[in-house]
Design a binder for this molecule. Structure first.
Ligand code: GMT
Length: 378
């Protein structure tokens, strides 16, 4: 049994979801898990035994234009590590977590307390934000000063090595799914009649509605598809481009076919209704949302950005197109949903492929890293 601190964003973003699911799964296996973040993580189930939550609180002070979150986070890390005698600090998303962890480690070193730091790179902490000149130096430093570094796809590992001068090995550990949340009987008994007529195909998209997700492409793809095949679109999530998406839906006059469902922690329950999932992202290190859709037996139409080709298998679980190639995505979507046999085949393939990413396959890889750092062997 190990005592593990997990630092993450507590929001609906993929990195926070992965960190929370990882922590809860580790706790179920008997490890003691301490979440350290500024809010209770949205997917955290407090009924899980061995799970603790430590809130990082930043006092507002008028002198500061920006409140010093990293300082408060480092202090909280030090406090929790000392009080609960943690063995490992696992930070998810490099900015600013890996940097704060380095500071905590230095403070603890002065007190004669060793702590091992694992950094998991999730995507935009490398591709969009981390490599920006404003952050690059500090991100590179904190990667190189971690005790172990993981990336969520081969593609993200490659991007990290291309964009930074990395002097430490990076291990790829994919995003994963807890299949207990996707019981087969639930998928089969999933009742679609509240959302669509029997002849309608259900298409879904989940994201934080940021520009990187190319929400307008989602609406354009659906607009073209529904002209040929009766269908409904579920827009799950929320974010800066929701209004833009709603306006576009109005302009296309398809309000009666598109449901904006907002944020939910029950994606598994909604996705079981879907036949097709759209993820035309500009960049996507892995695409946890696509994997969650596949676990709900949903075929995927996506872009070929980043690590999406490691998740969505072209011609088998769905199709991949160049970023922005809406016409190709429309044709691919129609080729699946206009043929009921093909749709069934792709949906089944998606579920089968998703099973490779089951929690039981992935969790031991993280545990092995922890054991190597703490005990010297896996
Ligand atoms: O996709 C987002 O905008 C959220 C982001 C995050 O960091 O919370 O997700 C990233 O991490 C996920 C979990 O590892 C990956 O599955 C997503 O692909 C990745 N997003 C991007 O690379 C844009």
């Amino acid at each position: 049994m190990m005592k593990i601190g997990i630092v993450c964003y507590p929001t609906f973003g993929g990195s926070g979801v992965v960190a929370t699911e990882l922590g809860m799964a580790l706790a179920k296996k008997g490890h003691e898990v301490h979440f350290i973040t500024y809010n209770q993580p949205v997917r955290l189930d407090f009924m899980t035994q061995n799970v603790f939550f430590h809130e990082v609180f930043v006092e507002e002070y008028p002198l500061f234009l920006y409140q010093p979150y990293e300082l408060a986070l480092s202090s909280k890390m030090v406090e929790v590590i000392i009080q609960y005698k943690l063995h490992i600090l696992h930070v998810h998303y490099a900015i600013p977590h890996a940097y704060a962890a380095f500071m905590a480690k230095q403070i603890l070193k002065e007190k004669g307390i060793p702590i091992k730091v694992v950094t998991t790179l999730h995507g935009t902490d490398i591709t969009l934000v981390g490599s920006h000149p404003d952050y690059k130096t500090a991100v590179e430093f904190s990667i190189n000063n971690s005790d172990a570094v993981t990336a969520v796809s081969e593609s993200l590992k490659k991007d990290t090595l291309r964009l930074f001068d990395v002097k430490i090995p990076i291990e790829v550990i994919y995003n994963f799914i807890d299949f207990e949340k996707y019981p087969n009987d639930e998928i089969q008994s999933c009742d679609r009649k509240n959302l669509a007529a029997p002849n309608e195909v259900i298409i879904a998209h989940i994201s934080n509605f940021r520009p990187v997700k190319r929400i307008e492409d989602v609406i354009k793809i659906f607009y073209n598809v529904q002209q040929k095949v009766p269908s409904k679109l579920l827009m799950i999530g929320d974010g800066p481009l929701r209004e833009t998406a709603e306006k576009l839906v109005k302009n296309y006059n398809i309000q009666d076919k598109v449901y904006f469902l907002g944020k939910t922690t029950d994606v598994n329950k909604l996705l079981c209704h879907a036949d097709l999932f759209l993820l035309p992202s500009q960049t996507e290190s892995f695409g946890l949302a696509a994997l969650e859709a596949m676990a709900g037996r949903t075929a995927v139409i996506s872009s070929n950005a980043g690590g999406l080709s490691e998740v969505n298998i072209h011609g088998k679980t769905g199709y991949l197109s160049n970023v922005g190639d809406v016409d190709d995505m429309v044709n691919n979507a129609l080729s699946i949903i206009s043929d009921p046999k093909k749709l069934e085949l792709f949906k089944n393939n998606a579920l089968v492929h998703a099973k490779q990413f089951c929690q039981d396959n992935v969790l031991p890889q993280y545990e092995c890293i922890y054991r190597k750092l703490v005990h010297g062997c896996c």
